[in-house]
Structure formats: structure tokens, C-alpha cells
Ligand binder design. Structure first.
Ligand SMILES: [Zn+2]
Length: 1012
């Protein structure tokens, strides 16, 4: 323990307390800390305690902290709502019941206060429950003001002594969040009982926690998913002999990925927890999960650690984690450990809100049964192996109950709370120091700021990125005048190595300057939450040589790149002296400049263009197929020409979209085609909905309407063209093999798995889809229906695994998927290059585009039907045969004049190979030029493929097609190897999908065909 002056006082106080406790006959720990033991004077609730004992399957699956329940005359126990004790078999409360109990506690005890913290996508409430002494709860605002000074050291002029004075008075806030992952069901009951214990128990161990700190509890984070999970469990209880349906939907949009949203803050639950965490100025965010026996504190995990977290925090992880293991080991509880397989690289986890906002992130994996059944559980050898970090491993085979799980969760939390309270002055001081180091960042590791220039043509995407930062509580400023900064010289080590001239080698690269116009946005790094802005806007590099070979999640995420907007990292400290003002409401410039019969809107691949098309259903909109100029303004390919719309209508429609319309006096002479509001079907499977959930939320936020249908509906709809122009089949994610998509889940045995609302399952469907039986897949009728749809002129859009599916069953010809040998692109940002700027799919895009790739399929093109395009690694396909002369010479044949060697047709890796006359001779397989695949974007060359994250063996996919439009019958199959819509992070590639939708009946525009 660090022995600062304040801490010494604290130790003395603890020592005095220890003496008092010893006198009272209570055991105490050697270092002055209070031992866990109940208050002999406080009566115990015998009935409740007896049930705890009954439901605990082994005497060592509990601890002296939770093996009893103190009695209270006026405060109800969880039994009041549950009808049994917390963790009892067969009982899983809805969120509403959990809240009901928390509010009963609030009513009965001055030590509990319940706060509403927002709503979910389906309108359910989220709450935070504060448990502390009545005095602490009375002084919440005063205390918050103290904590706010530590959280923002600028308010006390970075005065360490003043900070010490505040640290000595402030009461810390420890924020616990439960059941974000809906099949991990134990936390709500554990947290109900924990709240009761903290409010009622008079044992010194608990009293110290209550009086010394504020415990804040959100018992259910994924409220929509919790209610669905409880429904499923009820269904299971009333059909005990049947298989029960897997939880296909958790929240309205995503499942497990709800714990990967802490960067983009797309989901309500993330936003609500983030606001609560930051609003309360909490020191810890401790998130509860249940997938590892019996308690894995996976806060710290394995390397590599996130580069943007303060090392003070990584030390705190170890301190609290190992102490937690130690305390629970002393209780004799097996299977408690820290370290393990989790790496701490990605900041997308909910707990990382704390790590990125100067607090302490923590996460438990306890052992859950996915419901409240008591079950025999058998572990894998690696789960019960004794390792260096798990000296007391879990047992190979046990009977495990929800109560056991609740015992572990509560014991872990109580020992953590107690340890934190014992050391709260240290942790509060650290909280201040981490904030201070965030503020002093420009002068330390840098950078000084990030600048988003005012002249970026993607103004609405720029605003969206800034709004993400604002949700993260980052301050945004705006320059009131133009300014110039010095940018560091770019090192090019490779060139230097190759340079033969020593002078050239030693020549220092010169720094450059850059001028930014007035109105440019500045994200200052001398602010308390600079860390999260830096982590999101910077680049990531994961070395292929890193000892960690299995990244836990994405390796790269650079937001400027994925949003398609310009972001400059500025180390020059002068940027902080630029004249600027703080901005709260950020809006992109929007409006109509003048009056006319025709208005033009430039196309910069802004997703809001698609919103506009659907908003103005009566307006006639055309897209220009070539760039044009009007009134001195340049308009790119794909720019909109609008008619039948009044200025006021247009102004209303575009003001919130960040678009600018200009009247044009004359119709430009370039070719145009109509931009129609396509009728869109959005197809999902009953295998997994998570990956498509990110597409749904993106379309919903943009206001693009669609019919949400399952593969089962596709199989039953013979004339899809009657209803739809475009079918989106976004990635499936898990279990997405082509056979699984067609066959679905096994139905040769077992029982139907219904996903519909019934009296037992009132919450299951929500606003999503339903079925009597989740098992059937697309089926061969569905395949035929899709085939017909495209043949008759429909557009089918697929990405990653659904592209594999479409190609493997021959929905598109002339494209094949190669097998990766060494390639490892694990959730990385990669470079792509524009190949066909005339394609409507590319409207608004530049030559270079960054995209999200997760081992995307390697597309190869062929001009021969059914042939596999080779996986070519670049370079010449044929070298000359062995013979006379040098490598470039021709061989000779003795005794006759040399024959001219015809030149082989050459094509680039991303192109359709040209066919020779020989290959075309009676070749009914040769694909006519108009039917060949059209490549819109390709992956960058190997050296430029990596933008952020990990790219290993990138040669295998470099230069290969990334976005392909395959004319098929009268329609098109548009295939993506990248995932253009992902976790609210990839706004820059949304328009590839939206352009396909808007130009569905003109996708061949601008196409140039090969001669043969
Ligand atoms: Zn989990």
C-alpha cells in the first residue's frame, strides 16, 4: 500500500477499528483490515439462510460473506418478489421484478436510492441503484462536485495538494453492471441480494463498505434481451422434455456484440451506462459475465494491452484482481483466478468505458447454467487444469446451481468493494492522476490535438464522427480563424535502406506545414477525456510477430478512416493556442442556396443522400452519370438533380441531413438516370442475427425502409420481384456455412423451436420476426426463388459469408473464392482502391477507401463459366522456357529461323482475364463481356493493404476484388468481401450499399465492355 500522508491517517483509523473489533471478539486481518464476519448482535434470517444452504451444492461453493442473510424488521428480502431466495432453482425474474424489488428496498431503507438512467430501443427502462449510508446519499450532489474536480483537474488548476484535500473527503463510486449478455442469467438475483446485504448487514466488513463508498448497481444492462431470456426459460419450464429455442435475438439489434459497442456507442444500453458512469464520476465500472468456471477476473488478461490506457490503470487491474483471487482462495473457494486468455487490446467492451475515462475497468466471468436449473457440469481438461495463474482450479465434474453462481458473484464483489474501500484514498488519487495525465498529454506523449478540417467534403459524416466523440464526453472546439501547424516529417525507413547514396541516407526528412481553414474542428488533447478520443482517432498496429496469436476481438478501428473523413493528428503544441470556441451542438452546413426549377446536390458518398431519396418520395431525382459544372461549382458523378420539389420542401428535408442544394439554371448535358426509392427486402436467417443487426440499426437510423424477412419467407415467396427491387442478405456471422443457410437447423429429430409470442413468451418477438419453428432454412425452393428474382431483374446484395454462400451455390458466375493459406486479417482496417468510377455503386467515392475486413473471402474473377479464377500472387504467370540467351531473350531452334512468340494477354489480379482466340474457339463456357463480373473496388496492393490492426499474409488477398457487381440474367448479384456495415463504425462504406439500392435499375451505367 502506498503510504501517503492521507493514507497513513487512514491506516491509523483502520488500526483503531481493528482494536475495537478484537475487543469485541471479532477476528481481524494482520494488516489492519477488518475480517469478514457477521455481526454477532444482528439476528439472522433463519429460513432464508437455510435455503441458501440447501441450494448451494457444495460447502466450498460459498463464503462467510454470503452463507447467511442478516434479518431486518422493515426491509424486505429478495424473497418478497422472487417467492424464494436469490439463486433458487427454477426462478429467473424479469427486469420489471428486479426493479420492483429495488424500489421496495428504496422505500424501506434510507440506504438505497433508485435512479432511472434511460430507455432501451424497445422502450424498457434502465435503472441504477445507489446503496450507501443515508448521509452519503443525502450529500450526493456535494460529493459529485468533489469527484468532478478530481475527474477534471483543470478545475483545480492541476493542484496536487488541493487534489489531496478532496481525496481525503470524497466518497468513491463503484459501479456494477449485470447481465449485458442475456443467456448469462445469474447477475440480477445476485445483485438484488447484494443490494439487500449492503443496505442491511451491520457486520463491520459490510458497514465499512456502506459508509465508505457508494455502490451503484445496474442489475440488468440488456433489458430487452433479459425479458426474452426469461420468456425462453419459462417456455423451457413448461416443456421440460423438449429442446428450447436458442436466444436468437437479445436486444432489438445485436446479441453478444452489445459488449463491443463502447467505441461507436450505437446502442442505447451503451449510451445509458456511459452517461451514468461519466455523470456519477465513478471510479470503477465492473461488468458481470458468466461463461467461465467458476470466477475468472478477466480484467487484465493477456497481452497485448491497449496502447492508450494509463499504466497506472494496468497496475490497478493487477492489484485488485490478485487480491480478489487471494481473498476468495482463503475462503476455500476453488476456481478463482485472474490472467487467462483475454487480451486487452480493443476498447469496445462495456467495461472499457471506465478504462477510457480515467477509471478502473473490471470484468468477471463466473459460471452460469444459462437459466436457473441445477445441472451436472463436466469441464474440458483445459478448464480444470492447474496453471501458474490458477493454482486452485475448478473441479472436473460438479453439480452446479444458480445459487453457487450467485455465491461466487456476491463474494467476489463484496471482497472487491471492501478492498477498494480500504484503499480508496489511493484509488481516488489515482483517479485524479489519470485525469491529470490525460490533461497534460500534449506535453507528454502527445499528440496535442486532432484536427478535422472545415473543407472536408463529407460534412455530414464528419459531424457523425464528432457526435460519437461527444457521446464519449469529449469536448469539441472549432477554430474561429484559419491556422497553420507543423506536421512531423514522414519517416520512410524502407527508402533509406534502399538508398545507395549515403548523403541521401543521412538527409533529414523535412517537416511540413499545413493550413486549416476557419471553422475546422479541433479535438484538444489537454482535456480529461483525451484518452478515448486518441484511442478512436489514432492508428493501430498489431505486429504479426506478436506472441498473442489469437486476438480476442478486432485489431484495428481508426474512426477517421472508417468514417471516410479527414482527421489529422497534430503534435505541434501551437495548435492549442489557435483561436477557437467550444461547440455543443454540431451541425453540418445545410440548406438551399437560391430558387430554381432544378436543384443539384453533390455526391460525396454521404449516407444521408439515401435518406433524402426516401424522405422526398414525390420528388423526381436523377443521378448524373458524368461530372459537370454549374455556376462555378463542380458536381461529381452520381450527384442528384431534383425536380418537382419546392424550395421550402427541400430546405425542410435537407437541413437535418447536412446536405447542400444549389439551383441549376440549365439541365446539364451529361447523361442521367432516375434514382428511385427501391423496395428493399432485408433477409435474415434463424441461425444468427447479430451481424445483420448492425445493418438493421444503420438503415433504421438513416430512415431507409425495408421488409424484414427470414430465409423461410424467401423460400415461401415464389415471386419476390412482385414485392422487391433489392434483396439485402447481410452477413450471418456464426454458423453461416452455405449448407447451414440452406438446410437450417437439424429437423430430422427433436421438436419444433418456436420463436413467437405466447402466454409463456410475451416478449419474445418484440418488433422483430417470428416463426413457428426456427429450424428450417432457406431450402432449395428459397435458392430457386432467389435465382428467379435475379434472373427477372432483381438485385441481390451479399457480404462476407453470404457472398461465399451465393458463389458456392452458383447464384453468380465468373467469381470464385480462394482458400486462404496464411492470411490473418483479424477485424482490421484495410485499404481498397477504386477500379470502376463509372459504376453507380462507386458514386461519390475517391480513389482510396478504407474498409473493415475480417478475413474476407478472396474473390478471383474468371471469364469462363464455372472456372476457378486462380489465386495469383502477382508477377508474371509464365517465364520463358529453358534455353539459350538471357532471361529476356528468345530461345532458338537449330536449323530453322526463329518463330515470333505471340504476346499473351495480360490482366491485373482484380480483372477478368482476357480470352485468347484459342480459348474462345467453340467455347460455350466463355462468358460474354456484358455478363462478366464488374469490379468496383479492389483491395490495395500488398504494401498498402494495412491501414490499422493486423494484416498477416496479406499477399493472398491484396489486389483481389473487394466489391463486385455480377450481371446475372436481367439482374445483378453484388458481392462484398469487406463488411461495409459494422458496429456503427464504418459509415464511410455505407454508401456502397446505399448506392446499390438507389441505382438498382441502372447498375450497368457507365460500363465499358471488353472487346471479346
Ligand atoms: Zn458475457
Amino acid at each position: 500500500m502506498t503510504c501517503t500522508g492521507k493514507a497513513r491517517v487512514h491506516i491509523l483509523r483502520a488500526l483503531a477499528l481493528m482494536l475495537f473489533l478484537s475487543a469485541a471478539g471479532t477476528a481481524a486481518l494482520g494488516d489492519g483490515e477488518t475480517a469478514p464476519a457477521r455481526d454477532a448482535k444482528q439476528p439472522v434470517d433463519d429460513t432464508y439462510t437455510a435455503k441458501i444452504k440447501k441450494y448451494t451444492t457444495q460447502p466450498f461453493f460459498t463464503s462467510p460473506l454470503v452463507d447467511y442473510l442478516p434479518a431486518s424488521k422493515n426491509v424486505p428480502t429478495p424473497e418478497a418478489v422472487l417467492g424464494d431466495v436469490a439463486g433458487a432453482p427454477g426462478i429467473l425474474p424479469y427486469a420489471e421484478d428486479v426493479y420492483k424489488y429495488m424500489r421496495l428496498l428504496e422505500k424501506a431503507s434510507p440506504r438505497v436510492k433508485v435512479f432511472s438512467i434511460g430507455k432501451t430501443e424497445e422502450g424498457r427502462e434502465m435503472i441504477a441503484v445507489a446503496v450507501s449510508s443515508p448521509e452519503n446519499l443525502k450529500n450526493l450532489e456535494e460529493n459529485r462536485a468533489r469527484l468532478a474536480k478530481l475527474a477534471d483537474p483543470r478545475t483545480i488548476k492541476l493542484d496536487d495538494e488541493e487534489a489531496d484535500r478532496i481525496v481525503a473527503q470524497a466518497v468513491p463510486v463503484y459501479y456494477i453492471t449485470g447481465t449485458i449478455h442475456s443467456p448469462e442469467t445469474g447477475a440480477p438475483t445476485a445483485l438484488m441480494e447484494l443490494a439487500y446485504r449492503l443496505a442491511v448487514d451491520e457486520s463491520p466488513y459490510i458497514r465499512e463498505i456502506r459508509e465508505g463508498m457508494i455502490t451503484l448497481i445496474t442489475p440488468v444492462v440488456e433489458v430487452d434481451g433479459r425479458d426474452r431470456m426469461v420468456d425462453i426459460y419459462h417456455w423451457h419450464l413448461s416443456h421440460p422434455k423438449d429442446f428450447y429455442p436458442p436466444l436468437i435475438y437479445w436486444g432489438k439489434y445485436v446479441a453478444h456484440d452489445n459488449n463491443r459497442d463502447a467505441m461507436g456507442v450505437t446502442l442505447k444500453l451503451t449510451e445509458n451506462v456511459l452517461q451514468t458512469y461519466v455523470g456519477w464520476k465513478a471510479q470503477v465500472l465492473h461488468d458481470l459475465h458468466e461463461s467461465v468456471p467458476y470466477l475468472y477476473d478477466n480484467t487484465a488478461g493477456d497481452g497485448p494491452f491497449n496502447a492508450w490506457v494509463d499504466p497506472i490503470l494496468t497496475d490497478e487491474w493487477e492489484m485488485i484482481g490478485w487480491r480478489n483471487v487471494s481473498d476468495m482462495t482463503k475462503f476455500g473457494m476453488p476456481g478463482v483466478f485472474t490472467h487467462g486468455v483475454f487480451d486487452t487490446w480493443s476498447p469496445g467492451y462495456l467495461m472499457f468505458i471506465a478504462a477510457m475515462h480515467n477509471g478502473i475497468s473490471r470484468l468477471y466471468e463466473t459460471f452460469g447454467n444459462g437459466g436457473a436449473d441445477t445441472l451436472p457440469r463436466t469441464l474440458d481438461p483445459e478448464e480444470y487444469a492447474r496453471t501458474w495463474y490458477r493454482q486452485n482450479p475448478p473441479l472436473p465434474k460438479v453439480l452446479w446451481s444458480q445459487r453457487d453462481n450467485n455465491n461466487y458473484e456476491q463474494t467476489g464483489l463484496l471482497t472487491s468493494l471492501h478492498y477498494f474501500n480500504e484503499n480508496k484514498r489511493l484509488f481516488l488519487k489515482n483517479f485524479y492522476l489519470k485525469a491529470k495525465r490525460s490533461v497534460t498529454k500534449p506535453g507528454a506523449e502527445g499528440p496535442a490535438a486532432y484536427v478535422l478540417p472545415a473543407d472536408d467534403p463529407r460534412t455530414s459524416s464528419q459531424v457523425e464522427l464528432l457526435r460519437v466523440l461527444q457521446k464519449q464526453a469529449v469536448e469539441i472546439s472549432r477554430a474561429t480563424a484559419a491556422f497553420t501547424v507543423t506536421l512531423p516529417a514522414k519517416k520512410s525507413t524502407k527508402q533509406k535502406k534502399d538508398a545507395k547514396d549515403t548523403k541521401e541516407k543521412d538527409a533529414p526528412a523535412t517537416p511540413t506545414t499545413r493550413e486549416f481553414p476557419a471553422g475546422s474542428y479541433i479535438v484538444r488533447m489537454d482535456q480529461p477525456y483525451s484518452r478515448i478520443a486518441d484511442a478512436l482517432l489514432d492508428y493501430q498496429y498489431w505486429s504479426p510477430d506478436d506472441p498473442q496469436k489469437t486476438p480476442y476481438d478486432d485489431t484495428g478501428w481508426t474512426f477517421g478512416e472508417l468514417f471516410g473523413v479527414q482527421v489529422t493528428r497534430v503534435t505541434d503544441p501551437k495548435v492549442l493556442d489557435v483561436a477557437m470556441e467550444r461547440v455543443k451542438d454540431i451541425h453540418a452546413p445545410a440548406g438551399v442556396s437560391g430558387e430554381g426549377a432544378i436543384y443539384a446536390i453533390n455526391n460525396n458518398a454521404e449516407p444521408s443522400l439515401a435518406t433524402l431519396r426516401y424522405k422526398l418520395h414525390d420528388a423526381s431525382i436523377e443521378a448524373v452519370e458524368e461530372p459537370f459544372e454549374s455556376g462555378g461549382k463542380k458536381f461529381a458523378r452520381g450527384s442528384f438533380l431534383l425536380r418537382n420539389v419546392s424550395r421550402s420542401q427541400l430546405t425542410d428535408a435537407i437541413s437535418e441531413l447536412g446536405l447542400q442544394a444549389t439551383p441549376v439554371s440549365a439541365v446539364p448535358s451529361v447523361k442521367t438516370h432516375p434514382v428511385r426509392a427501391a423496395r428493399v427486402a432485408f433477409v435474415h436467417t434463424w441461425l444468427s442475427t447479430q451481424a445483420e443487426g448492425w445493418w438493421r440499426i444503420a438503415l433504421d437510423n438513416l430512415g431507409i425502409p425495408y421488409d424484414y424477412i427470414s430465409t423461410q419467407t424467401v423460400s415461401k415467396t415464389s415471386d419476390l420481384n412482385a414485392k422487391y427491387d433489392v434483396i439485402l442478405f447481410p452477413p450471418v456471422g456464426f454458423f453461416s456455412s452455405p449448407t447451414a443457410i440452406i438446410n437450417g437447423l437439424p429437423s430430422a429429430w427433436g421438436n419444433p423451436l418456436p420463436w413467437k409470442n405466447t402466454p409463456e413468451t410475451p416478449n419474445l418477438v418484440g418488433k422483430n420476426d417470428s416463426t413457428d419453428d426456427m429450424r428450417p432454412g432457406l431450402g432449395w425452393e428459397g435458392v430457386a426463388n432467389l435465382q428467379n428474382f435475379v434472373a427477372k431483374g432483381g438485385v441481390l446484395l451479399t457480404a462476407t459469408d453470404t457472398s461465399r454462400f451465393a458463389l458456392s451455390i452458383g447464384l453468380a458466375d465468373g467469381v470464385s473464392v480462394g482458400n486462404a493459406q496464411k492470411m490473418k486479417i483479424v477485424g482490421s482496417v484495410v485499404g481498397t482502391r477504386l477500379v470502376d468510377a463509372a459504376s453507380p455503386i462507386a458514386y461519390g467515392y475517391d480513389e482510396k477507401l478504407s474498409a473493415y475486413c475480417d478475413n474476407g473471402p478472396i474473390f478471383s474473377l474468371s471469364s469462363v463459366s464455372g472456372a476457378r479464377g486462380g489465386r495469383r500472387l502477382g508477377g508474371e504467370m509464365h517465364t520463358r522456357p529453358t534455353g539459350r540467351g538471357t532471361a529476356d531473350d528468345q530461345d532458338f531452334t537449330i536449323g530453322r529461323p526463329g518463330a515470333e512468340v505471340p504476346e499473351e494477354p495480360k490482366s491485373e489480379i482484380w480483372e477478368n482475364p482476357l480470352l485468347t482466340d484459342e480459348q474462345l474457339h467453340n467455347n460455350f463456357r466463355a462468358i460474354p463481356p456484358a455478363n462478366r463480373a464488374r469490379v468496383i473496388f479492389r483491395y490495395a496492393d500488398s504494401k498498402e493493404l494495412l491501414v490499422s490492426g493486423l494484416v498477416e499474409g496479406g499477399d493472398e488477398i491484396a489486389q483481389h476484388a473487394a466489391v463486385v457487381d455480377v450481371p446475372t440474367g436481367n439482374g445483378h448479384v453484388v458481392l462484398f468481401s469487406i463488411n461495409p456495415v459494422y458496429r456503427g463504425e464504418t459509415r464511410g462504406t455505407y454508401s456502397l450499399v446505399l448506392n446499390t439500392i438507389l441505382n438498382f435499375d441502372s447498375l450497368n451505367a457507365g460500363r465499358k465492355l471488353a472487346e471479346k
